[in-house]
Design a binder for this molecule. Structure first.
Ligand code: AHR
Length: 629
C-alpha cells in the first residue's frame, strides 16, 4: 500500500533542485558541445600535453596540380599574439600551373568533419603573406575519397600583417567523414593560424556556438542549474603549473584564460589528457545557462589539488591572486557594464548581468584542513564584497571515511553555506542508502550533491538511481541541489563511464539514466507531500510532491523488483479519475546505445483514480503519475 497525507506539508523543493554537471571530460567541449569542426585549429597541440600529440595533429600535407612546398609549425615572434604561440608557415615552391596549390588538410574529430547537406558553415582563418601581389588561397571540403562536399572558397591573402579572412561554405552532401583543405598557390611564404569552421546552425543560433543536438538534449532536461567547467578539470593542473606565466601550458582551469576573442584564448593541457581550446569558455557557459533557464554555478580552483594529488599551495601571493580572480569573476558575471570586468562581458555581447548567485570553490580536495584554511580566505573575501553569494565548499573525494568526517566537521565549524558531496557507488549502495539524508543536521550546511552515479550505464543502474532520488526529494530541505555525473561522453574519447549523454560526430543519444533524470527534472513539483509505503515491499520506493501551479499531486514510484507491485493507493483526498502517467520500464540489463534506445518514456492515461485505488506498478519500472485534485 501507498498512503499519501495531503493535509501534511513536507519540505519545499527549490526550482534549482535538479541540474546538470557539465565537465570538459570525454571531449565534452572540443569535439563535443563546442560546435567547432576543426581539431587543433591553432596548431597548439603539444607532446607536453599528450605524448601522442604534435603541433600538426589532425593535419596533413596536401598538394594539387604539381605544387610543392613545406608546412611547418613555428613558435617565433611572427606569431598571431602572445597567447596564441604557434602558427603554420607554408613555404611555396612556385611549382605547377596557376591552379596548383600546396597546403594542409584537417581531419577534425572522430571520423571527420560532420556536414549536413544544405547547411551553411562559417569558415575563418588568420593569414599573412610575404608576396607583394598577394597569395591565392583555396578552401575546400571533401570526403575521404576526395569527393567535394561543397563549392570551394577562393580567398586572396594580402599584406604581411595578420588579417582575418572569412567565408561561407554550403554543404552539398551529408557526410560524417569530411576533411577541410586550406592550400595556397604561387611562391614565397604564407602564414596561417586559427583555421575555423563552425556550422551556422548552433543552439539559439549563437556564433561560436554549441552543437545543436547536444545543447537541445541538455536543455530538454530543464536543468535548474549548470555546474561548470568541472570536476577534477578545475583544480588539478600540475601543481607547478599554478606558478606559470599566463601563456604557459598545464595550468589549472582559470576563467580569465577563457574569455575574449577566441584567437586570444591560450589553449591548455587538460586534466583528462587532451588539449582544450577554450573556444567554449566562461562567457559561453554563462550564456548557455541563461539560454536554458539554468542557474549558473561555476567552480573555481582552491589551490589545493584534489583528485588523487595531495598538494596545497603555500604561496600567499598566488592565493591572493586567485581570490582576486574570483572576485573579478563575480564582477564579470554581475557587475555593471561600466565596471572593468562587467565591461568585458558587455564587449562580448551581454551588457546585462548573468545573475550569478552561487559559486563553488574547489573540488574533491582530500586535505580537509589545508582546503578549509584556503576556502575560508575565498569565502570571506567574497562575502565581504558580495554578501548574497552562496559559496559552496566540499566534503572531499569520498562519501564516507576519515577525510569525509573531518571535512564535514570543518564545514560545520566554519558555518559554510553548502557542501558539495560526490559519490560513484555500486547499484546496491543506492538501494541501501536512500535514507542517507534523513539523518543530516537540519541546522548545518546544506548539501549540494554535485556528482553521483551508480556504476554502469544500464537500466538497472537507473532504477536504483531513481530509488535514491526519492530520498533526495524527501530531504529537499537539506539536499538543495543534485546532479548526475558526468554529463557528456564522446564515444571516441572516454575517460569516464557511465555518462548521461553519449555522442559521435553526427548523433547523440541519452542513456537510460538520461531518461530517468529527465523524468525527475521535468516533474519536480514544489513541495513534498508526506507519504508512506507499507514496509517489507523490497525494492519499492516512492515520493509524492505537489505542483503549485496546477495543484497536481505527482506520485513517483520506483519498482525495481522482478514482479509487478499491485499497490493500494490511498490519496487521502478526492481526485480527478484520469491521471497522466509516464513510465520507464524494461529489462534491467538494457542499455541505450547509438543504434537502439530501448528505454524510452511511455505516456499513458490511467482512468481509475479515486480517493483510494489499485495500481499495478510494472516490474523494473519508474512511474510518474500526475493526479489532478
Ligand atoms: O565526474 C568525473 C570526475 O569524478 C570529476 O571530475 C571528479 O570531480 C570526480 O572524481
Amino acid at each position: 500500500s501507498l498512503t499519501v497525507d495531503p493535509a501534511a506539508s513536507g519540505p519545499a523543493i527549490d526550482d534549482t533542485m535538479y541540474g546538470v554537471f557539465y565537465e570538459d571530460i570525454n571531449r565534452a567541449a572540443d569535439g563535443g558541445l563546442y560546435a567547432e569542426l576543426i581539431q587543433n585549429r591553432s596548431f597548439e597541440y603539444s607532446p607536453a600535453d599528450n605524448q601522442n600529440y604534435t603541433p600538426l595533429t589532425s593535419w596533413e600535407n596536401t598538394a594539387t596540380g604539381g605544387a610543392t612546398g613545406a608546412a611547418e609549425v613555428v613558435d617565433d615572434d611572427g606569431r598571431l599574439n602572445e597567447r596564441n604561440r604557434n602558427y603554420l608557415r607554408l613555404r611555396l615552391d612556385g611549382q605547377g600551373g596557376p591552379d596548383a596549390r600546396f597546403g594542409v588538410t584537417n581531419s577534425g574529430y572522430n571520423t571527420g568533419l560532420a556536414f549536413q547537406s544544405g547547411e551553411k558553415y562559417d569558415f575563418s582563418l588568420w593569414a599573412r603573406t610575404d608576396q607583394a601581389a598577394g597569395t591565392p588561397l583555396t578552401v575546400n571540403v571533401h570526403d575521404t575519397a576526395g569527393k567535394p562536399l561543397a563549392e570551394p572558397l577562393e580567398i586572396a591573402v594580402r599584406g604581411d600583417g595578420w588579417t582575418k579572412y572569412t567565408g561561407t561554405l554550403t554543404a552539398t552532401t551529408t557526410s560524417a567523414a569530411g576533411r577541410l583543405a586550406v592550400s595556397a598557390g604561387g611562391s614565397g611564404t604564407v602564414r596561417l593560424d586559427m583555421v575555423s569552421l563552425l556550422p551556422q546552425k548552433t543552439f539559439k543560433g549563437r556564433p561560436n556556438g554549441m552543437r545543436l543536438d547536444l545543447a537541445e538534449k541538455i536543455a530538454a532536461l530543464n536543468p535548474g542549474f549548470l555546474r561548470f567547467p568541472g570536476g577534477c578539470l578545475v583544480n588539478t593542473g600540475s601543481h607547478e603549473g599554478y606558478q606559470a606565466p599566463d601563456w604557459e601550458r598545464r595550468r589549472s582551469y582559470q576563467w580569465k584564460d577563457t574569455i575574449g576573442p577566441v584567437e586570444q584564448r591560450a589553449t591548455n593541457a587538460n586534466f583528462w589528457g587532451y588539449n582544450q581550446s577554450y573556444g567554449l569558455g566562461y562567457y559561453e557557459y554563462f550564456q548557455f545557462a541563461e539560454d536554458i533557464g539554468a542557474m549558473p554555478l561555476p567552480v573555481v580552483p582552491a589551490l589545493v589539488t584534489g583528485c588523487g594529488q595531495n598538494q596545497a599551495t603555500d604561496d600567499p601571493a598566488l592565493l591572493d591572486r586567485h581570490v582576486q580572480d574570483t572576485l573579478d569573476l563575480i564582477e564579470f558575471a554581475n557587475g555593471p557594464a561600466t565596471s572593468p570586468w562587467g565591461q568585458k562581458r558587455a564587449e562580448m555581447g551581454h551588457p546585462e548581468p548573468f545573475r550569478l548567485t552561487h559559486l563553488a570553490v574547489g573540488n574533491e580536495e582530500n586535505l580537509p584542513d589545508e582546503f578549509m584554511e584556503r576556502f575560508v580566505k575565498f569565502r570571506d573575501a567574497i562575502k565581504e564584497r558580495y554578501p548574497d553569494i552562496t559559496v559552496i565548499s566540499n566534503s572531499g573525494p569520498d562519501d564516507s571515511g576519515t577525510t569525509f568526517d573531518r571535512a564535514w566537521e570543518l564545514n560545520r565549524q566554519h558555518g559554510v553555506d553548502m557542501v558539495d558531496e560526490h559519490y560513484y557507488n555500486d547499484p546496491q549502495w543506492f538501494l541501501d542508502n536512500d535514507q542517507r539524508y534523513d539523518a543530516y543536521d537540519r541546522n548545518g550546511p546544506k548539501v549540494f550533491l554535485g556528482e553521483y552515479a551508480s556504476k554502469d550505464n544500464r537500466f538497472h543502474n537507473s532504477l536504483v538511481e531513481a530509488a535514491y532520488m526519492t530520498g533526495l526529494e524527501r530531504n529537499a530541505d537539506v539536499v538543495k541541489m543534485a546532479s548526475y555525473a558526468p554529463l557528456l561522453a564522446n564515444v571516441d574519447s572516454v575517460q569516464w563511464s557511465p555518462d548521461l549523454i553519449w555522442f559521435d560526430n553526427q548523433k547523440s543519444w541519452g542513456s537510460t539514466s538520461y531518461e530517468t533524470q529527465k523524468l525527475f527534472m521535468t516533474n519536480v513539483g514544489d513541495r513534498v507531500v508526506p507519504s508512506t509505503a507499507a514496509p517489507g515491499t523490497g525494492a519499492f520506493r516512492q515520493v509524492v510532491t505537489r505542483d503549485d501551479a496546477t495543484g497536481e499531486l505527482i506520485v513517483k514510484v520506483v519498482n525495481a523488483q522482478d514482479d509487478p507491485a499491485r499497490t493500494r493507493v490511498d490519496l487521502g483526498m478526492e481526485a480527478d479519475p484520469v491521471a497522466r502517467v509516464t513510465t520507464l520500464q524494461g529489462d534491467p540489463a538494457a542499455e541505450n546505445t547509438a543504434t537502439s534506445q530501448p528505454i524510452r518514456p511511455i505516456q499513458s492515461t490511467f482512468d481509475g483514480v479515486g480517493r483510494t485505488f489499485t495500481y499495478d506498478f510494472p516490474p523494473h519500472s519508474i512511474t510518474f503519475m500526475r493526479i489532478k485534485p
